[in-house]
Ligand binder design. Sequence first.
Ligand SMILES: Nc1nc2c(c(=O)[nH]1)N[C@H]1C(S)=C(S)[C@@H](COP(=O)(O)O)O[C@H]1N2
Ligand SMILES: [Mo]
Length: 206
Amino acid sequence: MTPIDVRPSSRRLPPGQIQTRKWPVLHYGPIPTIDPSSWRLRVTGAVERPFELDWATLSALPRQDVLCDIHCVTRWSRFDNRFAGVPIRTILGRARPDPRATFVMVHGAPDFTTNVPLADLDRSGNLLATHFGDEPLTAEHGGPVRLVIPHRYFWKSAKWLTGFEFLHEDEPGFWERNGYHMRGDPWTEERHGSDDYLRMRRGPRG
Ligand SMILES: Nc1nc2c(c(=O)[nH]1)N[C@H]1C(S)=C(S)[C@@H](COP(=O)(O)O)O[C@H]1N2
Ligand SMILES: [Mo]
């Protein structure tokens, strides 16, 4: 299968990043054990057709390989990764987000969330990844299914993916509430959010 290649053709390393050949494991909390037979993806919120997808249905969908670089906000970048899985666009096509659904809260086990603009999700290089290279994704890297959004810092690529919640307005996810940027573009070093914005979102009580 011809992979989609989303690696930049010239400059590869975003500002402030260091290339690594290892693949560090990073997440908050314990590694959940998810049996594919009990895995579900829940697509909810501002869509015409909310739905739930199980492993058998996901496995029967057309697959895609993606070649990409990944950039962690903790400053490591790893080049030439090949992920395989189901294109996000397949999910978007089924769900039919309503015209005002401009943001998406991504949910991952055990209790992880991260927010992305719909425009950042709706790209051909984004995957519900089940494989890295030719091997199933290991549990430590988010198996059985993780999100891969290579053009944003890697915290947006939720491991142990469980759902997409379509929203009319942007809401901060887990790391975003804890100071990370709402968008997370590595090329403009959108590492941290603005304090004013976070204070406003937390409101008078927080
Ligand atoms: N469910 C879940 N997904 C997550 C996280 C998490 O804590 N929980 N951490 C994120 C962060 S901060 C990073 S850098 C990447 C790391 O992915 P890796 O361990 O495969 O390198 O996963 C992201 N996805
Ligand atoms: Mo991270």
